[in-house]
Design a protein around this ligand. Sequence first.
Ligand code: SF4
Length: 330
Amino acid sequence: MNTPYYSGIITNYVCTAACRHCMFGSSPSCPKDFITSDEAERTAALLREAGTTSVHIGGGEPFMNFTALLTLIEALNRHNIAVDYIETNAFWAKDDGIVKKRLKELSKRGVTSVMISADPFHIEYVPLNRVINLARHLNEEGFDYFIWQERFLRRLLKLEHNRTYNRKELEGILGKNYVADTAREYGVGMNGRALAIASEIYKKQSYKAFLNSPPCRDIMRPQHCHFDLYGNAIPAGCPGLSIDTQEYLYENIPEKKYPVIALLVKKGVGALYSYAAERGFVPDDGGYPTKCAFCYALRSYLIKNAPSDDLSPACFYENIDKTLSEEEDS
Ligand code: SF4
């Protein structure tokens, strides 16, 4: 059985922000679906059965529905799974009373650590004063917390704290290449919405350059994978691929149900290309910046023309398609 470690639970895909590097392509336009008590209970029970003893919680933005977040934490508590930390962009940290109340509720349920995102991508959506305010309250309430990443916060502190900044302004302040430079320094996984950043960094190559890539066996590696509100496991680094949590943990991947994943794990992206080409896919003459960008193009075609259970959630493909077409137009 697969035992996930350093894994996370996604309470919702919807987010107040739509950051350039977001692996899950979250945005305000995702459906306002949040983890239910039944799904929280099922996921917690399955993870415990698999031997997982702790997880982190993320999104989307988990604080968009605090009740759903507490429901998940309570389910984890019932199954003796500790919360390593909760990720947040701090959008909600504007009212001191609400912040204090929420931190007390988390503390009562055994949460001790929070991760606050702060970087040149989040600042397009969340002003710094929310980040600073949340950090202050966490400190006062005795939480552990960390800023991801602190080096960016130090650089951003010179900006006005009560407003957001757009790309053009940030290019003037941080330098023309700040998007690519930040992604490199961050160590951003070049997938999800960051596929658009990959196009800025890497030279596009013909799809033929990727046809002999090795199988993507890491899909079944449970380190750093995520489990979402829809009851699916999302392999680490490969957003948009989904496998029912129970089937993932028991390593039961029926080919009929999961044709895309079966091909990728056993043979690689070249085999997925043949599968998609048989169904009418035509590669872009302009090429692709990376193997994963080519993989995304194949899957984006398949979800529209030959959908299967392993291609989800739909909002991921809608959001990434939108980002990539905006990038082409710009
Ligand atoms: S090619 Fe596809 S399956 Fe393989 S690592 Fe990239 S996104 Fe994941």
